[in-house]
Each structure stands twice: as structure tokens, then as C-alpha cells.
Design a binder for this molecule. Structure first.
Ligand code: 6GU
Length: 260
């Protein structure tokens, strides 16, 4: 192939274009800096949250100042010698119930300090979490995630203090902490600047209700297991088209419900 001859004009245009791109990128970066998300997680078992929010993309987002996460131990707000946070249920149904007062005291204290966009209770009977809810929450400034334990929390907390109830699927966890970690992780990776490649959050599975295309890295041939030829072609249009086709085919096959 003959190498294209680049005119001086073209070169100038290219330089201008790349300068504009850089300017854009830095504008976006400072815009990204302005969006801080604060997540307050309320739990009786803070240890459960020690590692899931301290590594990888979430850790990097914290270091970049995109998000601050505060974990509060509900037990610190309990009264008495034994710092009791749960009690037997009225009506005698089996299982302990988390008491109102410690949770009320903690939420009231936080609400005095700042305005919360949402106070979310994590519960298997909540609205099922998905990418759309994550997108909405990633635009907020201050959110509280309240983790229940035992049989649940005194229902009056849900009636009077909670603004939203979320479940992460139709199965029962021992407590809301793992759900809080899953939800926080999902939201945080959406914050502008959290991912190094700005397009990659947009090409995630589910972001457009489609599963992602298969991906590969070197070697191109591992013991005869080959990477699809098209991906080695260097033809970006064809590759984009292949990715779209694969996305659609995989969604049809694995998650037809997403196409309805
Ligand atoms: Cl948010 N909490 C609990 N305890 N179990 C769950 C859940 C939440 N989501 C699905 N199962």
C-alpha cells in the first residue's frame, strides 16, 4: 500500500485537532472532579465491608476523590451496657428484629449534617437493582445505604425514614452488606473519571440492554484455540460491526428477556 502523503495543511489540522482533544479531555477531567459522591453505609457488621470497597476501581476512585465512603457501626448508637441492636418481634414470629432507636439516632445525626438524596434500605423485598437504577444513583451527591440483619428492621424505620428500598435479586442474603458492596461498586465505576478508558463503562454488558461481545487477548493461537480472525484484521469498521452482531446474538441466546 502506498503511504499517504500528508500535506502541511493536513498536519496543521491534525495538530489543532489533537490540541482540541487534549483541551476537551482536561475540561472533562475537571468537570469529573466536581462530582463527588458520598456514600454512608450503616451496618451492625462493618467487618463485612472491609475488603470489597478497598481495591481495584473503587479504591482508585476514592484516591482520585470521586467518591467518599463512610461505614458506620449501628452498634455505636445503641444504648446500655450490652449495646443491644436487635430484639424479639411483636407477635412472636421467629427471628430477631433490628431496633428503631440506634438506626434512628444515626440517620438523624447524618441528616443534620447534610442533605441526603436517597436513604436506601437493602432488603430482599425491595425493587430489583439494575444498571438503570445504578445510572440514576451515580448522579446523586449523598446517599445512605442501610443494611438490615436478622429477620429485618422495625417496619417504622421503613415507613418514616427510608426513601427507597433495593434488592439485588430473588434470593436471601444473611444481611444487606454484600448487597451494599455490590451496589456501591456498580455506582462508583460509573462516576466520570473512575475508569481509565472513558468509553468502557458505556460498552459494559447491560448498559444498552445488550450483553457484551466476547473479548480476547494474546496469544492469537493458544494450543489451537484461535481468536476470531476478524479481530486480527485491523479493520475497525468491520470489527465494530462484528462486535454489534455478537452482542445481539449473545443477548438473543442468553438473555432474550432483555430484548423485550
Ligand atoms: Cl438487599 N438483602 C438481603 N438480606 N438479601 C437480599 C438482598 C438484600 N437482595 C437480595 N437478597
Amino acid at each position: 500500500m502506498a503511504r499517504a502523503i500528508i500535506s502541511v495543511e493536513d498536519k496543521k489540522k491534525r495538530v489543532a485537532k489533537s490540541a482540541a482533544k487534549k483541551k476537551n479531555a482536561s475540561a472533562r477531567k475537571s468537570a469529573a472532579k466536581k462530582h463527588h459522591l458520598r456514600i454512608d453505609i450503616l451496618t451492625a457488621v462493618p467487618e463485612l465491608l472491609n475488603s470489597p470497597l478497598n481495591f481495584s476501581i473503587v479504591e482508585r476512585a476514592k484516591k482520585k476523590g470521586l467518591v467518599r465512603i463512610f461505614i458506620h457501626n449501628i452498634r455505636d448508637y445503641a444504648k446500655g451496657k450490652y449495646k443491644k441492636v436487635d430484639d424479639y418481634s411483636y407477635g412472636g414470629e421467629a427471628g430477631m428484629v433490628m431496633m428503631i432507636e440506634p438506626i434512628y439516632t444515626l440517620i438523624t445525626k447524618l441528616k443534620k449534617q447534610r442533605k441526603y438524596d436517597e436513604i436506601i434500605y437493602l432488603t430482599p423485598d425491595g425493587e430489583i437493582f439494575n444498571q438503570q437504577i445504578a445510572n440514576q444513583l451515580s448522579l446523586k451527591k449523598n446517599i445512605i445505604l442501610l443494611c438490615g440483619h436478622y429477620k429485618g428492621i422495625d417496619h417504622r424505620i421503613r415507613e418514616h425514614l427510608i426513601t427507597m428500598e433495593i434488592s439485588i435479586g430473588d434470593y436471601v442474603l444473611s444481611g444487606g452488606e454484600i448487597a451494599a458492596a455490590a451496589i456501591s461498586d456498580t455506582i462508583i465505576r460509573l462516576l466520570p473519571g473512575a475508569l481509565s478508558d472513558e468509553t468502557s463503562a458505556l460498552s459494559d454488558s447491560f448498559q444498552d440492554n445488550l450483553l457484551s461481545a466476547p473479548i480476547y487477548t494474546r496469544p492469537a493461537d493458544f494450543k489451537g484455540w484461535k481468536v476470531p480472525e476478524i479481530l486480527l484484521s485491523g479493520n475497525h469498521d468491520k470489527i465494530a460491526q462484528w462486535n454489534d452482531e455478537q452482542s445481539l446474538a449473545r443477548t438473543k441466546k442468553l438473555r432474550p428477556d432483555l430484548l423485550k
